[in-house]
Design a binder for this molecule. Structure first.
Ligand code: R5P
Length: 292
């Protein structure tokens, strides 16, 4: 693009942003952040962004509230410094699951988050949790666009789990589990989930599938507390399954979830939308190919 592009790494996004900048042939810079003595957020862009397209890569974990505010500050700063265009790429876009008023008086966080990020010219997110909200375009006035990691996940499954049964743990996982299964010429076994609280879910495993001696891959967009995975893992083990791998796009792994799942004997793999010890599947090409 005339004027060139600068990729700026937001909090916790260094490695991924650097890979993206290399693949795009763009320059790379790191956002400078700290807290003032009173706790207020300080943000600084050191790169020369005047007349350039600025890509702010900002994944909203492990501190989603701070990451959102940091991103908003960075967008406004880039604009004030004369950037030609400011694009936010949020590999993991938080707040999307609070997409309605479940209990009277609750904030619909997804809408407020979108209002705040609307200061950017465009917001791209990798597999945002779209459920009741069907498209990012429905909540962003600026250009909101969903990028998908399904191709890289399918490649991983084709290579490492050529014969495994693919399972989607709930109806919402259809857009990942079944779509990925189709890419590797299989169909996913879709389960039904009832969530009572963040920590309590009930899932029923299908009676008509023979899991004995088989390898299975459970595919979901997010592993947060891990409880969506725990129920199928326990039931699959009772049904004589040989090996279980939990694959997700966004490895949030709240409150020791990774340790818990491994403790149950499952292997866990995620993409690098959020850096973590099992973020082995690289999504940098998903971002760079969209921006090049
Ligand atoms: C919700 O339906 C999502 O697709 C995931 O299933 C959910 O966010 C996983 O959360 P947890 O790991 O806390 O069960």
């Amino acid at each position: 693009m005339p004027g060139g592009s600068v990729v700026i790494a937001g909090p916790n996004c260094d490695a991924l942003a650097r890979k993206v900048s290399r693949k795009m042939g763009a320059s790379f810079s790191r956002l400078v952040t700290k807290n003032f003595p009173d706790g207020e957020l300080y943000v600084r862009i050191k790169a020369d962004v005047k007349g350039k397209r600025v890509v702010i890569v900002s994944s909203m974990h492990p501190s989603p509230n701070l990451a959102l505010l940091t991103t908003v500050f960075a967008v406004h700063t880039a604009k004030r410094l004369g950037a030609k265009k400011v694009i936010v790429v949020s590999p993991y876009l938080a707040f999307m699951r609070q997409d309605k008023e479940f209990h009277k008086g609750e904030c619909i966080s997804a809408h407020v988050m979108a209002r705040l990020l609307d200061a950017a010219d465009a917001v791209y997110a990798i597999d945002p949790h779209l459920h009741r909200i069907k498209d990012l375009q429905d909540i962003f006035s600026s250009k909101g666009r969903r990028l998908s990691a399904n191709d890289v996940l399918a490649k991983y499954i084709r290579t490492h789990h050529p014969k495994s049964i693919i399972i989607g743990p709930d109806e919402e996982s259809y857009q990942w589990a079944e779509m990925i299964a189709q890419k590797v010429d299989r169909h996913a076994v879709m389960l039904r989930k009832k969530r009572y609280t963040s920590y309590s879910v009930r899932i029923k495993l299908k009676e008509d599938v023979d899991f004995k001696g088989r390898n299975v891959v459970i595919v979901d967009d997010i592993i947060s507390t891990g409880h969506t995975m725990v129920e199928p893992i326990r039931q699959l083990k009772r049904r004589g399954v040989k090996h279980i791998t939990c694959v997700c796009i966004h490895g949030v792994f709240a409150e020791g979830a990774l340790k818990m799942l491994r403790g149950l004997g499952a292997k866990v793999v995620s993409t690098n939308t959020i850096p973590n010890p099992v973020s082995k599947i690289d999504v940098s090409s998903v971002i760079s190919e969209t921006l090049t």
